[in-house]
Design a protein around this ligand. Structure first.
Ligand code: NAD
Length: 264
């Protein structure tokens, strides 16, 4: 199977470095012929993203901080000017104050709750609305979530609440845009060592628990997520929308620790 994304142009939001989930997705898409544009948050990250984009044959880089809606508008305007259309968008953006990614969820501050919601949840809706304008011939949208949205994970706290909202947004956006031939899905990835992942207290323990207790007895990689994203962003999943697709080595189906873990 080669070239299934040939002729497709897409926007990738959320590459910070070569450990980013968005980077795994970008490699899978470019490997199948997609043409990519990248956003970066601030000049320091821009310096890291530029050579990565070049590796995949892209010189189309745009600054974007989703807290500044003007910068989102500018991204969409640049894409309209250069490409005139968009086939897909990947939203791999999340943030919360790391001081609140530990201890009790109940202690979340109003300020951080609001900021986390805007960046990690509502930004997907704001981007989707704008991207849809460039998808007259249909398209696909993908965001990234985590199982802490539906089950209590230690320290994930307000991010779990934001991801629950994000997952509901996926369903509502899929309902809104389905009649226009635009599909909207999410991947719920297992824990992966990334910049954002490192913000969660005791992330190492989460990785180790997943590795010992998931059916596949391992954690997932950005390439595992990349190939599932390729499916969801390509015509291979033409009948799929509004889905939360788990790429977590099966961890979400488990109900108790493995017997090996319990008896060790
Ligand atoms: P990452 O740090 O590589 O990527 C997070 C990205 O969010 C960065 O590129 C950062 O610049 C961007 N971002 C944060 N605030 C922003 C803002 N205001 N404006 C624009 N961009 C902003 O980490 P990652 O783990 O690859 O995270 C990507 C997505 O995957 C996030 O939504 C995260 O919650 C989700 N996710 C991560 C894991 C994991 O274990 N790493 C698991 C499931 C889901």
């Amino acid at each position: 199977m080669t070239g299934i994304m040939k002729g497709k142009r897409g926007l990738i939001m959320g590459v910070a470095n070569n450990h980013s989930i968005a980077w795994g997705i970008s490699k899978a898409l470019a490997g199948q012929g997609a043409e990519l544009a990248f956003t970066y948050q601030g000049e320091a990250l821009g310096k890291r993203v530029k050579p990565l984009a070049a590796e995949l044959g892209s010189d189309f880089l745009l600054p974007c901080d989703v807290e500044d809606i003007g910068s989102v508008d500018a991204v969409i305007a640049s894409i309209k000017e250069r490409w005139g259309k968009l086939d897909f968008v990947v939203h791999a953006i999340g943030f919360s104050d790391k001081n609140e990614l530990k201890g009790l969820y109940a202690d979340t501050s109003r300020e951080n709750f609001t900021r986390t919601m805007v960046i990690s949840c509502f930004s997907f809706t704001e981007i989707a609305r704008r991207a849809a304008e460039l998808m007259e011939a249909g398209g696909t949208m993908l965001t990234l979530t985590y199982g802490g949205s539906v089950r209590v994970m230690p320290n994930y706290n307000v991010m779990g609440v934001a991801k629950a909202g994000l997952e509901a947004s996926v369903r509502y956006l899929a309902g809104d845009y389905g009649p226009r031939g635009i599909r909207v899905n999410a991947i719920s990835a297992g824990p992966i060592r990334t910049l954002a992942g490192a913000g969660i207290s005791d992330a190492r323990a989460m990785l180790s628990w997943q590795q010992k207790n998931s059916p596949l007895r391992r954690t997932v990689t950005i390439d595992d997520v990349g190939s599932s994203a390729l499916y969801l962003l390509s015509d291979l999943s033409s009948g799929v929308t509004g889905e939360i697709h788990y790429v977590d080595a099966g961890f979400n189906i488990t109900s108790m620790p493995t017997l090996e873990t319990l008896t060790r």
